[in-house]
Every structure is written in C-alpha cells, then in structure tokens.
Ligand binder design. Structure first.
Ligand SMILES: *Cc1c(COP(=O)(O)O)cnc(C)c1O
Length: 409
C-alpha cells in the first residue's frame, strides 16, 4: 500500500518562491517580540533597533561584496527595487541634463526582451507617461544577450541612455547573462548599469564588485527568506532620487519605517545560502541534468529551453525548462499538480493569460504548436535522489497525457 511518505508531493516551483528556512524564521523572532523599536528614535528602545539594523546592513554588504554598508538600501522586494532604479535613473538623467543644457534630450533605457515583468511593465509605464523610451535587446536562441547588440544600441543613442538594465539570471529558462561584459560596455559609454539578480542571489555566486555593476536588485523570498523584503544595492557615487517619499529612513533615499524582522530574516537566509554554495550548485545541477535527460529521452517532441551547457556561469543549477509540442502548458501544470508535482508554465505572474511567454517568443519560438507548451521545474536545494526519481517518472507521463488531451489544439 502506498503511504504518504512513499508518494510525497514534490515542490518544484522554487523560482516562484521558496519556503522560509528555519534559520531565517529564527532570526526574525526577536524583532517580532522584544526588539520592537523604531530605529529612527532617540531613546534606548530605538537605539537597540538602530544597532540591530546597522549590523544587518553590514552583513548584507559583506555577503554581496559591497564596499560599504551605506550602499545597501532595504526595500519591499525585487519589484520595488527594479521600479526604483529604472525611474530613479531616468530622473537622474533628466536632472543632470536640465542643469547644464537648455533642452534636455529624451532619455532611453536599454534592457532585454526577456526581463521579469517588474522591469518590462515599469518600462512600459514610463513610455506611457512619456518619461523615457525603452530599447529591448534581443537574445540568441539560448537566451543570451549579445555584447554586440548592446554595443550597437548604445552607439546609436550616444548621450541619450539613462540606464542599461539586464537581468543576471532569467526566471523562466535559467539562462545566466554575462553581466560583467555587458556592464563593461555600458561603462565605456559612460552609462550606469543595473542587474536584476533576484533569481541568481543564493543560487550562484554574486559579487557586486566582481560584476562591476552600479545597481543590483534582490529579493529574500527567492532564497528561503521572508516575502516582502529585498534590497537595492547602489554603488557609492551612483545616486538616484527616491521612489517613495516620506521619512528620512535609508539615508533619506527610501521612506518607510524599516521592516527589521524581514531584513533580519533576509540576512540570515542569505548567509545560510552562501554556506556550501559551490557544493550545492554541483549537486543540484547534477539532479537537474538527470531530470532533463529523463524527460528528453522519454518524450518525443520536447526541447530544453535556455542554455544546454553544464556551465553554471551560463545556466542556473536549479532550473529545468522545456517546450513541448502540441501541449497546453496550463493543462500540463494541472495534471502535474494532480500527480504530485508543483511546476510552472511561463512565468507565474502571467498565469491566466493564454499568450505564449515573452521569453519563449524572444528565443525565436514562434510556432504556436510549440510555444504554448512551456514547462519550468525549479528544484529545491534539498531535493533528495528519490524526489528526482519521482520527477523523472511523473513529468514524462504527464507531458504525454497532456498531449493526448490537448490533441485538438
Ligand atoms: C521574483 C522576481 C522579481 C520580483 O521580486 P518580488 O520580491 O517578488 O517583487 C523580480 N525579478 C525576478 C527575476 C524575479 O524572479
């Protein structure tokens, strides 16, 4: 007889969110009770909170390779950090140009076609408001932004680009971009560079100085920290106006009484994710590759999306993503759920829409018999060999079943 433990439900949607780790929860508890002060005050209750906040900021800076704790700005997560840096960089550009010219050029923002919606929808909003025009760099068939495309875009808009923003790792296909090289090119043109590192931090090594970026976004809940907390790294010397006006928190750059419990949980989760990272990457990548092989070998007309190489500088260790011919992705995810697997199709934020994912389209997959059948499995860092065995069995079976049921597409 099959028991619960013989047939466990497997959560393979870690790119959407991860469960809070016990270490992170433990680190939050003091701030949900005893240490309740507002760090902005003068009395001892406030001073205790301010002291804890300073410690948290210093640890976050260290974990990211930042030069100074003053470069770390706490936010409510990846979406806020992304919106802040885009709007802030455009504002900064306009301020600089109205100061020394009678007419200010219309600013451009250069980004990629495969960014998260936090970047893409903010660009669309700024275009709609007439604030800036976005240039979306194409990607190759594996999802890499080509250096020459960035070079060409910047040369065509010399003196008009407020910011280049390219994600470090893609959330749908796991492709890792060559941020170091792209940032170098932006800097050659005197343009600041931001990377959305939300999918990368805690999963591959991320060091702001090694990457050479001016700004970086991250979000705690993608590496076993709490929901609703993240940060924006702003390199000393790259300053942008606030997005959220109000009190003088975060050196006057981001108003709002600090989420100390969240920040403490994020810090503990980040430090814990960095411990043993290299070993975990190797182990998870091997599990991912076993799963990819099992799916490709068992099911005809299924393709891996993203970078096929084993190199963690080119693909996240935890993401296996596919497109399946003549399969409805949403139906597949429903069947997987019934079979005991949590997976995703397209990006979670696009659920409910029946359009193919913008990422899959950018890879050049325009055939609608293929591009509606996207599947993303994002593995847990502590997945066991038997979890992977179960995925290797359930995923192919569900793809075949979904194909049979989608037959009339
Ligand atoms: C999840 C995610 C975000 C949004 O982060 P939130 O903290 O959920 O707002 C932004 N960018 C990428 C690449 C993501 O994966």
């Amino acid at each position: 007889m099959s028991t619960q433990s013989d047939n466990p439900y497997i959560y393979a949607d870690n790119a959407a969110t991860t469960p809070l780790s016990p270490v992170a929860r433990e680190a939050m508890l003091p701030f949900l009770g005893g240490t309740f002060g507002n760090p902005s005050g003068i009395h001892r209750v406030s001073r205790e909170a301010a002291h804890a906040l300073a410690d948290i900021r210093a640890r976050l800076a260290r974990a990211l390779g930042a030069r100074d704790a003053g470069e770390i700005y706490l936010t409510s997560g990846g979406s806020e950090s992304d919106n802040w840096v885009l709007r802030g960089a455009v504002r900064r550009f306009l301020d600089q140009h109205t100061a020394d010219e009678s007419h200010s050029p219309h600013p451009f923002v250069v980004t990629s076609a495969i960014e998260h919606h936090a970047i893409l929808h903010c660009c669309e909003a700024m275009e709609h408001e007439g604030l800036a025009t976005a240039i979306y760099l194409p990607v190759d068939a594996q999802g890499h932004v080509r250096a020459e495309d960035l070079e060409r875009a910047l040369a065509a808009h010399e003196g008009q680009v407020a910011l280049v923003s390219v994600m470090l790792a893609n959330n749908e296909i796991g492709t890792v971009e060559d941020i170091r090289e792209l940032a170098r090119i932006a800097h050659e043109h005197g343009i600041p560079f931001h990377t959305d590192a939300v999918q990368a931090v805690g999963h591959i090594p991320v060091d702001v100085r090694a990457l050479g970026v001016d700004a970086l976004s991250l979000s705690a809940h993608k590496f076993h920290g709490p929901r609703g907390v993240g940060l924006l790294y702003l390199r000393e010397g790259f300053s942008i106006p606030p997005l959220i006006a109000g009190g003088a928190q975060e050196r006057g750059e981001r108003a709002g009484t600090e989420n100390l419990a969240g920040a403490a949980g994020m810090t503990a989760a980040l430090e814990s994710a960095l411990g043993g990272l290299e070993n975990r990457m190797t182990r998870v990548a091997a599990q991912r590759d076993r799963l990819i092989r099992a799916v490709i070998d068992a099911v005809p007309d299924v393709k891996l999306t993203g970078d096929a190489g084993p190199d963690a500088t080119r693909r996240l260790p935890s993401i296996a993503s596919f497109i399946c011919k003549d399969v409805d992705g949403e139906l597949l995810v429903v069947l997987l759920d019934r079979a005991g697997v949590a997976a995703a199709t397209g990006s979670a934020c696009a659920t409910g829409s029946t359009d193919p994912s913008h990422v899959i389209l950018a890879l050049g997959e325009t055939d609608r018999r293929w591009n509606h059948g996207t599947l993303r499995l994002s593995l847990a860092d502590d997945a066991t060999a038997s979890d992977i065995d179960a995925l290797c069995e359930r995923v192919p079976a569900c793809i075949l079943r979904a194909r049979a049921l989608s037959g009339t597409m």
